[in-house]
Design a protein around this ligand. Structure first.
Ligand code: 13P
Length: 284
């Protein structure tokens, strides 16, 4: 079994009214947990890696781990480049086997964003590779990228329609009050804005920053057309808290096969919960 592009998965989700969860993975343990849980729940799933993750794990290592996971479960999964910005970097990872790409030009002025994304979309579509891009800008921290409140921007529905049409992307990440990392205070999503975007844009919409969003909000966003839900921070917290707890009780521990185990159990619960919120169980 191979790593597949994500656009068919997302189109099916759009037709059937659920979302595909995308989990950020960093190492063998996160890939194992996400893929094993998705396989057990028969859920489509996207494994996402930021530039920092690929630098940490190594491109070939990460691709090989994800391919092995897909082979082992005899199921198709997508490995997706999350928040990538440079064409040569994307090309290198596509050559290594990645079939789903986010080109993030959301920090650029509109015309530059259109030009950058169009270039990547042209290249990727030659090989049947899926392309996601973002318009508007989420606040918070993702990888090495931090955006403060001053620089965050909501997605404009009319600009979104023009952006999708001119770039030819397969999915659009929207900024509707969503934030990377944990929310400061109570999260507030601009659902009327999401509705307006949905009315003008017919490709699948992506909700970044799902960690810390109440279940009801994520379900409402899916009801209004979100087909991909990105989760990173909640997995990290679950893993880190469980491993810290293990060391507290076993200060002499030194065997990673032992101290990683409770971290994996804790992450599994998060993955199960998000799959069930997305409504993607049984949709493989
Ligand atoms: P969180 O870390 O807030 O879950 O966001 C993940 C994300 O959007 C990855 O692109």
């Amino acid at each position: 079994m191979y790593l597949i592009p994500s656009h068919e998965m997302l189109k099916k989700a759009q037709r059937c009214g659920y979302a595909v969860p995308a989990f950020n993975v960093h190492n063998l343990e996160t890939v194992q947990v996400v893929v094993e849980t998705a396989a057990a729940m028969s859920s489509p799933v996207i494994l996402a890696g930021t530039p920092g993750t690929f630098t940490y794990a190594g491109i070939d290592y990460l691709v090989a781990i994800c391919q092995s996971a897909a082979r082992q479960h005899r199921l198709p999964f997508a490995l997706h480049l999350d928040h990538h910005e440079a064409l040569p970097d994307i090309e290198r990872k596509v050559e290594a086997g990645v079939r789903s790409v986010m080109i993030d030009g959301s920090h650029l002025p509109f015309e530059e964003n259109v030009a950058t994304v169009s270039r990547v979309a042209q290249l990727c579509h030659r090989y049947g590779i899926s392309v996601e891009a973002e318009l508007g800008q989420l606040v918070g921290q993702e990888d090495d990228l931090t955006v403060d409140e001053k620089h965050g921007a909501f997605t404009d529905p009319d600009a979104a329609a023009e952006f999708a049409k001119r770039t030819g992307i397969d999915s659009l990440a929207v900024a509707i009050g969503s934030a990377h990392g944990l929310y400061k205070g109570e999260p507030k999503l601009d659902f009327p804005r999401l509705e307006q975007i949905r009315r003008r844009v017919d490709i699948p919409l992506v909700l970044h920053g799902a960690s810390g969003l109440p279940e009801k909000m994520v379900r409402e966003a899916i009801g209004l057309g979100v087909c991909k839900v990105n989760v990173a921070t909640e997995l990290k917290i679950a893993f880190a808290d469980a491993v810290k707890g293990y060391f507290k009780e076993n200060p002499e521990a030194n065997d990673p096969r032992h101290y990683m185990a409770p971290g994996k159990v804790a992450m599994r619960k998060v993955v199960e919960e998000k799959i069930s919120i997305c409504g993607s169980a049984g949709k493989l």
